[in-house]
Design a protein around this ligand. Sequence first.
Ligand code: KIV
Ligand code: ZN
Length: 538
Amino acid sequence: MSTGVDNTLVRVFDTTLRDGEQSPGATLTSAEKLEIARQLAHLGVDIIEAGFPAASPDDLAAVQRIAREVGTANGPTICGLARAVEKDILTCWEGVKDAAKPRIHTFLGMSDIHLKYISNITHEQALEIVRKAVKLARSLCADVEFSPMDAARADPQFLVEACAAAIESGATTLNIPDTVGYATPVEWGEFIGNLIAETPGAGPNSGIIWSVHCHNDLGLATANTLSGVLAGARQVEVTINGIGERAGNTSLEEVVMALHTRSKYYTLRTNINTREIMKTSRLVSNYTGMNVQPNKAIVGANAFAHEAGIHQDGMLKHASTFEIMTPETVGLHQSRLVLGKHSGRHALKVRLQEMGFKIEGDALNQVFMRFKELADAKKTVTDADLEALIADEFHGPEELFSLSDIQVTCGTMGMPTATVKMRSIAGDEFVHAAVGRGPVDASYKAIDAIVKAPNTLIEYSVHSVTEGIDALGEVTVRISPADDEKRSFGGYGADSDIVVASVKAYLAAVNRMVAVMGLAGQKPEGEVSTVTVQHAEK
Ligand code: KIV
Ligand code: ZN
C-alpha cells in the first residue's frame, strides 16, 4: 500500500536553535532565535527544532513565539524537544501547539552505557518508558519523533525492539542519533540499513520517516549522514555552520550541497533554496559569536577563493577547472581570486581591468614588480592595496627630487633621527640627517633641509588600507608655501612601512609645490616664482 510519502525528498530538520545553541558560549536571545527561525524558513528547511521548552521558561517562550510567528500554514513544521517524561512532553506541547504543523520530539538514551550510568534502568524498563512517552506525545500531537539517544553504541537488536515499540506507540519519525560521533561511514550506512530492514512495521511504504542525527567528534558527521541517506534515511538533522555540542553537528550546508552538486549520484532532492545559505550562515555566526573557520566547506571565507597562480589562470579560462559548484548557488556574488605571492601576471592584469585600470606592457611589468614586493611583505593584496599602488605608481607629479633611501631611528631612548638620501632631476645626490619629534617629523626636516622649499604642513593623515599588522599604509599630506598660505599642494604615498609612505607623500607634495611655484630660472608661465631650491651639502 502506498502512503504517498515522497521517497526522493530528503527532509531537512534544522536543530541550530536547539542542539546548535548547546554549543558552549552560543546562547541566543529570544529575539535572535526568532530572526534565525525566520531565515531558516526562507532557506526552506522542512522542520525547525526551535528549542527544549522544559529547559527554562525563556526557552518555552521562545519556542511559543517561533511556533506562532514562523510556524504558519506555508511555513516549516515547528518541533520541540522533550525527555521521555510526562512533564517535558506536556511543556513541549505548550511550546509547539500553536504552530500550523507542530511536532513533539522525545528521546531516551538507549545504549547500555546510558542505561547504566544515566538512567540506571533495564532494557525492559527503557522500552516501557518509550511506549509511555510516545503514547502521551501522540495523544497530544499527530507528528511525533522518537530518538534512541547514543544509538551508535547501542545493542543493534535492542534498538530494533525500541524502534518497533516507538512505532507501535504512534511515532511517525524515527531519528537515529550518533550522539557521540563514534560511527564511521560504511559501518553507519549498514547499521541504518539493517535497522530499517529489521524493524517491523517500518518499511519504505509504512509512512515512517527514518532520520539520522550525527555529531562530528571524528569529523565524520557529514559523511555519516550521507551514508545514512544512501541506506534509506529521508530526514537529516543538521545545524547551520555545523555548530552544536562539542565538535558540533552535521552541517546543513555540506549535506545539502553534496545532494545538490552530486544529484546524479544521489538522485534525491531537498526543499532548500541554496542561494540563502550564505546569508543564513552569516546570521548564525553573528548571533552566536561562533566564527566560521576560513577553510570550512561551502561557507568558509576561502571556500571560493583561489590563490595559486595555476589555479587562478585556470579559473580565468573556465571556472569549472577548479570549482565544482558556482558561488552564486550558495548566495555569493563571485569567486575570489586572492592576490598574493603565488599569483601571476595574468591574474593581476585581469583584476586591474576589473577595477578599471587598463595596464599593459612595460607599465604592467612595473606594477607586477611592485605587486610582488608588496605580496612578499603582506599575505594578501586587496583591491584597496592595488588602488593605492596604482595611484602611487602613476599619479605622482614629475619628480624634481626622488627618494633614494631613508633610515630612521626612534624609540624611547634618544632623539628620533632620520637620514634621507635623495636625487635631483639633474642627477645630483643629497644626504641629510635631522632630528625631530618623531621619525616622520625628522624625515620631513631632512627633506626640507635638502629641498629648501619653506612650507607649512597643514594636513597629515594616515590610515591602513587593509586590515592586519601587515597592512599597506596610505598617507596623504597637504602643505602650503611659507609665503602663500592660500595655496596648498597635496601628496599621496603608500607603502607597507608607514614612515616610507609618509616620506613619499610629503615628497610628492613638495615636488608638486616646487614644480608649480617654479624653480629659479624655470618659472612656469603665469606662475609666480616664490621658491628657490638650494642644494644642501653634497
Ligand atoms: O545527539 C543526540 O542524541 C541528541 C538527541 C536529543 C537527538 O541531540
Ligand atoms: Zn545531538
